[in-house]
Design a protein around this ligand. Structure first.
Ligand code: CU
Length: 212
């Protein structure tokens, strides 16, 4: 715990939620190759141009549905064609092709730049964790604590959620112990993000929200 609760780390976390962020640089993309989405998991920012493209001589389409089932778009991507979209809202989006049922992709859209770009080991992982917990909470009307337990227990995670966490941890080079550490500490880190200041009421809030 002492590692994470150093003042410097809290300052860093405050910055993730308290400020306007510069727009994302560059274009995010997901390709269609070998009748697969490549890469099949992409992290993007709200407002960042997202390029869905096809690099093969096969007719595909791209259907994007948010995790709460809201359809976002459905377009054909002819051979070597492409489609540009900008995600306005953070969340988890499922990508499928109706022509090839096995094609599946996932796009995570974050409102902060601290997804996939930060150097701080483990903190981008926290953002992804937060996104998943938040999504679960919204979908099912769960408390934050219940949603947090679903993520920690793993067994009740959906396949794409588990895959995203695993892929991301792999990309960041996080070992299982470090992941467990971040997951265990999640309520404390969220409390710090939500409030900006660690004050005397936080322990009570933590108890109410997470039962810790
Ligand atoms: Cu296809």
């Amino acid at each position: 715990m002492s590692v994470i609760t150093t003042p410097g780390t809290f300052v860093w976390l405050e910055a993730t939620f308290a400020h306007e962020f510069p727009p994302a640089e560059g274009v995010a993309y997901m390709d269609q190759q070998g009748q697969m989405f490549m890469p099949d998991t992409v992290l993007a920012r709200t407002g960042q141009p997202f390029h869905f493209r096809s690099s093969e001589d096969v007719l595909h389409n791209v259907r994007v549905i948010r995790s709460d089932k809201k359809p976002i778009f459905n377009v054909a991507t002819p051979p070597f064609g492409s489609y540009m979209h900008t995600f306005d809202e953070p969340g988890l989006y499922n990508v499928t092709c109706d022509i090839h049922a096995t094609m599946r992709g996932t796009v995570y859209v974050a409102s902060t730049p601290y997804v996939g770009t930060a150097d701080e080991r483990g903190l981008p992982y926290l953002d992804l964790l937060h996104l998943i917990v938040h999504e679960r909470k919204q979908e099912a009307g769960l408390t934050a604590g219940e949603a947090w337990r679903i993520v920690r227990e793993r067994a009740r995670l959906r396949e794409h959620e588990r895959a995203a966490l695993d892929t991301y941890a792999g990309t960041l080079g996080l070992d299982d112990d470090f992941r467990a550490f971040i997951e265990e500490l999640y309520p404390v880190l969220v409390a710090a993000m939500a409030e900006q200041h660690w004050d005397y009421s936080r322990p009570r809030w933590l108890h109410r929200q997470f039962g810790v």
